[in-house]
Design a protein around this ligand. Structure first.
Ligand code: MLT
Length: 258
């Protein structure tokens, strides 16, 4: 049985669409500022990944299942080929998509993300967080994340971003937060997917990203043979939120090249 996710269409236009996959523990709204800066002739859709935003969790707790649900959701909307941009967890899902459904992925933007798997300690931390979220029935365990995912400069120069992200996190369902942590903990290293990838691509990272730093972006760009990553100066892990105009320009360029 196909599991469908929530699909949000910002712009409907002919041609290959851009599909945006969000980071954790957020939903499609984190792409809104970048999406509205894209040229109007680009069709732009964003999905809520399983358990987050308006999407249900899936019985299978993996990013592979998330990727299959993305494909089923797009197919139901008549989309069988797209440029896929994933930020952080959205990038992990995009890599699973590129591996399992290469015909769908005409272009790939990997934003503030990485292709490697978690180390043992990081994996263990995710399970502890998932357990706590389930035990308390709240998202309190991840409410402090804006302090690490937003870059230091953005927190000072754009202070309104902190309460905005806190509000988005507060609105997430605890079971979806736990689902996401367990799915991310289970993901394998997908650097090899990039080595075999044939479509157009771009790698983007904030210079102040401490979650998936520039070295992770360089590792992916090396595997893709796509030239150096686009490094956004003074930006942290949430570049689409912190620097939406710059991210939109990079995505528009990828759309033109695809
Ligand atoms: C995200 O922004 O999606 C998360 O920081 C990803 C992660 O926890 O690895």
């Amino acid at each position: 049985m196909d599991h469908l996710l929530a699909l949000h269409t910002w712009t409907d236009a002919p041609g290959t669409p851009l599909v945006l996959l969000h980071g954790f523990p957020l939903d499609h709204r984190m792409w809104a500022d970048a999406a509205r800066r894209l040229p109007e002739d680009i069709a732009v859709h964003a999905l809520d990944l399983p358990g987050l935003g308006s999407s249900p969790t899936l019985p299978e707790v993996t990013l592979e299942a998330a990727a299959d649900a993305v494909v089923a959701t797009l197919a139901a909307a008549g989309v069988d080929r797209a440029v896929v941009a994933g930020l952080s967890m959205g990038g992990y899902a995009a890599l699973a998509l590129a591996e399992r459904h290469p015909d769908l992925v005409a272009g790939l933007a990997l934003v503030d993300t990485k292709s490697t798997a978690d180390g043992g300690a990081a994996r263990e931390k995710r399970i502890v967080t998932a357990d706590e979220v389930e035990r308390t029935g709240t998202v309190d365990a991840v409410l402090g994340m804006p302090g690490t995912i937003l870059g230091e400069r953005s927190r000072v120069e754009q202070p309104a971003l902190v309460p905005t992200l806190e509000a988005w996190i507060t609105e997430q369902a605890p079971e979806g937060v736990a689902w996401s942590q367990r799915a991310m903990a289970a993901r394998p290293d997908r650097t090899g997917v990039l080595e075999g990838y044939q479509g157009t691509s771009v790698v983007v990272v904030g210079s102040l990203d401490t979650v998936t730093p520039v070295s992770d972006a360089e590792h992916m760009a090396d595997a893709l043979r796509s030239g150096p990553p686009v490094v956004l100066d003074g930006v942290g892990h949430m570049s689409a939120v912190e620097a939406p105009a710059e991210v939109a320009a990079v995505l528009a360029d990828l759309m033109r090249r695809t």
